[in-house]
Design a protein around this ligand. Sequence first.
Ligand SMILES: [Fe+2]
Length: 295
Amino acid sequence: MSIAIRQIHPVFVGEVSGVDISTPLSDGDAAAIEAGMDRYAVLVFHDQELTDEQQMAFSLDFGKLEDARGGNVTKPEDKRLPEGMNDVSNLGQDGAPLDRESRVHLFNLGNLLWHSDSSFRVVPAKYSLLSARVVHPAGGNTEFADMRAAYDELDAAAKAEVEDLICEHSLMYSRGSLGMLDYSDEERKNFRPVRQRLVRTHPVTGRKSLYLASHAGAIVGMTMPEARILLRDLTEHATQRKFVYAHQWRRWDLVMWDNRQVMHRGRRYDQRHPRDMRRTTVAGDAPTAVQVEAA
Ligand SMILES: [Fe+2]
């Protein structure tokens, strides 16, 4: 069995075959996957029956796991999954779908907006790996947009305009756009805006990409309305269908993406049915911009 990657979308996304990621990878396979990530930005693996421990072990081949604290409104005692696993399900600790009016559910709806995982952290995430444990009978696709292709198609004036811009990202901006405006003092502290460059350069390939997310709600040196109009325009450009791949989940798919090169969003589904998706997140290694001291 040897590893192979086949491109399944005109601009990005590779489908990987010939590897069992539940067992330790050879150095050659790990290097082939990392090289595939640099090139395709999203990799799809089918039929990977994983435990949480196996998913974490596979993720560790690509860096350290990100500390998930401060990224949601779920209380520690209400968490369903062990440390190191991000819960992207619609389930509570009892295994049943969350109440539709629960704050955790409402907060999780923010995942249906285009975003890049952890762009609200000073050091944003490198990779995310999402494993489908219980799939929804209909709906619940995850869509990905290639932010390198989107950057490449900006005209020269637009590229010059965005080159040095710094955005402010916060979970309060993405959730605020859904009308969620009430936060505790502790949440306000956790969700304090952080600065990110709008144009990133991939450390291996040198390709530039737009670093957008619904978490971006302001641009340094611009009024907020002007910033938001620009961010909306860029997002509209970047999420044209020609740049988007829609993944229709099968049980035991694992999809891994490079948050530095793509945005993604979940799609709506009927919340009455269980959907159990579990994410591991590989930490990034540096901030993209200089931060300002917190007030
Ligand atoms: Fe996400």
